[in-house]
Write a protein that binds this ligand. Structure first.
Ligand code: PAF
Length: 290
């Protein structure tokens, strides 16, 4: 595996790959890698293309009161894991490399950016889409892989890719969970003791929605009530939002129809977590993937 720190070198690699008609797959990450990231890498490898993993803790997607400074940084362990997985390139630029002084441009996906996570974390998605567009421009990947845990992020990036006629196909991969259902996240390292135990309630609340749907419930308010009943049993869990939204505009729906998501965010102790379930029509019924 080659570790690349400069944009110029990464662009050179991308240029040579294109000249030789080799397509690249990109897995963008902020490091502190876990099995969720590894599943994206394996999906990229199945495509048969050389895989670039970017590792950049993007300051522009953290609000002033958020955890940029304490965000887990485990570069050496990450590098070893990527080597073991047979990744071809690790692109790990510095903040100065990505945002030299005088940097002024931002990418905003209007409308989709200010709801849900965007309402709780103003400016977050502007930072995400700005860095992802830069990564796409630098690496020129044919495919880029994102986890469904960040469903709103994936929806925005897909929209950006469509709107800006990018050549990168956005691939969204399933959520990877711990044995008790907790969705894998680099931030899970913050969860200690009781918080870690309580955090499993998030996926249980989504499973409760799935059970209600299996029993025939289609009313979004009643489905969300079932979710809240589960979370209410956990005093360490403070719900930020829970909504059932359509797949296109991420607007709340009143009754299940088409493809939709149950999206939720909650604080468990001091740690903010997000999770979701995907609801897809399946003949007369709905298939719910937690
Ligand atoms: O999902 C993440 O880890 C980040 O938001 C991403 C896509 C790597 C952009 O910094």
């Amino acid at each position: 595996m080659q570790t690349v720190h400069t944009i110029e070198w990464m662009k050179q690699i991308a240029h040579e790959a294109r000249a030789e008609e080799r397509i690249l797959g990109l897995v963008p990450t902020m490091g502190a890698l876990h099995e969720g990231h590894f599943s994206l890498i394996r999906a990229a490898q199945r495509e048969g293309a050389p895989v670039v993993v970017s590792l950049f803790v993007n300051p522009k997607q953290f609000g002033p009161a958020e955890d940029l400074n304490k965000y887990p940084r485990t570069l050496e362990a990450d590098r070893a894991a990527l080597e073991a997985l047979g990744v071809d390139y690790l692109f790990a630029p510095s903040p100065q490399e990505m945002y030299p002084s005088g940097f002024r441009t931002a990418v905003v996906v209007e409308g989709l950016s200010d709801r849900l996570e965007g309402r709780s974390r103003p400016g977050h998605f502007r930072g995400v889409t700005t860095v992802v567009l830069k990564l796409f421009e630098i690496v020129q990947p044919r495919f880029a892989y994102f986890g469904r845990k960040d469903a709103q992020q994936a929806r925005l990036i897909r929209q950006m890719s469509t709107d800006l006629n990018l050549d990168t196909n956005v691939v969204v991969c399933p959520i990877v969970r711990e044995a008790d259902g907790l969705a894998l996240s680099s931030r899970n390292v913050y969860l200690k003791g009781e918080d870690r135990r309580s955090a499993a309630a998030l996926s249980r609340s989504l499973a409760a929605v799935r059970e209600e749907i299996a029993k025939g419930e289609r009313d979004a308010n009643r489905l969300l009530a079932a979710l809240r009943r589960v979370l209410a049993l956990e005093p360490r869990v403070a719900l930020d939002y829970a909504e059932i939204v359509d797949n296109e505009r991420l607007e709340p729906i009143t009754n299940l129809r088409g493809t939709s998501y149950v999206l939720l965010a909650a604080k468990v102790g001091d740690t903010r977590l997000i999770d979701n379930a995907l609801i897809e029509p399946d003949g007369e019924h709905f298939k719910v993937s937690v």
